[in-house]
Design a protein around this ligand. Sequence first.
Ligand code: NAD
Ligand code: TYD
Length: 355
Amino acid sequence: MKTILVTGGAGFIGSNFVRHVKGAHPDYSIINLDKLTYAGNLENLKSLEGESGYTFIKGDICDRGLVDEIFKKYSIDTVVNFAAESHVDRSILGPEEFIRTNIMGTFVLLEAARRYWQTGSNDTATSKNLFVHVSTDEVYGSLGEEGLFTEETPYAPNSPYSASKASSDHLARAYFKTYGLPTITTNCSNNYGPYQFPEKLIPLMIINALNEKPLPVYGDGKNVRDWIYVEDHCSAIDSVVHSGKSGEVYNIGGGNEWQNTAIVRLICELVESKLGLPAGDRKRLIEFVKDRPGHDRRYAMDSSKIKKELGWAPRHTFRQGIEKTVDWYLDNRNWWERILSGEYMEYYKKQYEER
Ligand code: NAD
Ligand code: TYD
């Protein structure tokens, strides 16, 4: 039995994680603190509405008063911090919100955990207490043709997004080293799967292919990412929550490297076959466009530590994961059409504010 504060639980990975915990540990209490930015969508968690042991709180992780109140009221013993501004392109256009939420927000959460968990006579948190900070492989920078990121790879972030995540990772580390706060940082590769906001490569390409819209590939399209199915990331975090060692860092990856153009072509083929279209019908929509500034060439993760020490392994092959994902976007048109039209933002108002 645990009371977990999940921040950013209305976003893509957070909502999948909340559902994962509800399924795997039905006796746990989950408090979901989310500001509901453009990326937060309560429709992602419709199935949990009214369930006991699940509480949604609309709020900002930068709000000290609110965060303190939540720690006090709900006796939080574990934090899993997903809340963040997460999209690289947006961080290039406007970095400030990334600095505020990703750095200041993580700081506010760490401070609250320190105040509420370290009140005993010897100032130590209990064995139930754990602060899991969810981060990205992008903090390590860009790889050449060879090699993998390990937990020892020096940080070299290249975008405002990855720089803000790197900074928050350093804070989590410093709170362990300086105050003995039980923190763990996980650095994961690119996720894909159900409920991903359609600004990221895979959902954007699926939806544009379905809608017969251009498929914009940045630069020469040869940038490589290591893709992991979101449920495999959630099960990795579950392992870290239950068996991870405080003060440690765990890299999580799918062991699944793909060039962007190859992924976009594969998505086109899947959409063509599922819609019964002639081969090549959607591939013709691919357009090479101006490159992203500071575009990292290649990410690839060495996940041997979490596999060896916590016994975790991804359960989906890329073929299974991408088919499930394309099927999900085909079967849940209403979900993404309400995002494209902006209607999804009205949902919270109807559910909560007009009550
Ligand atoms: P997302 O953008 O889909 O969701 C972010 C959520 O955080 C949203 O629900 C948003 O409303 C909420 N949020 C934003 N600012 C907030 C604030 N100030 N206070 C409270 N809530 C706030 O992001 P995601 O893709 O689900 O990523 C979740 C976490 O995982 C992030 O920390 C990200 O850095 C990390 N991560 C993501 C990936 C990936 O491929 N998507 C890979 C590795 C790590
Ligand atoms: P993205 O999903 O934004 O994730 P990240 O930048 O965090 O890795 O992008 C994945 C890759 O796809 C990245 O190399 C940029 C590229 N990309 C495109 O080529 N076109 C697009 O429209 C988008 C959104 C991304």
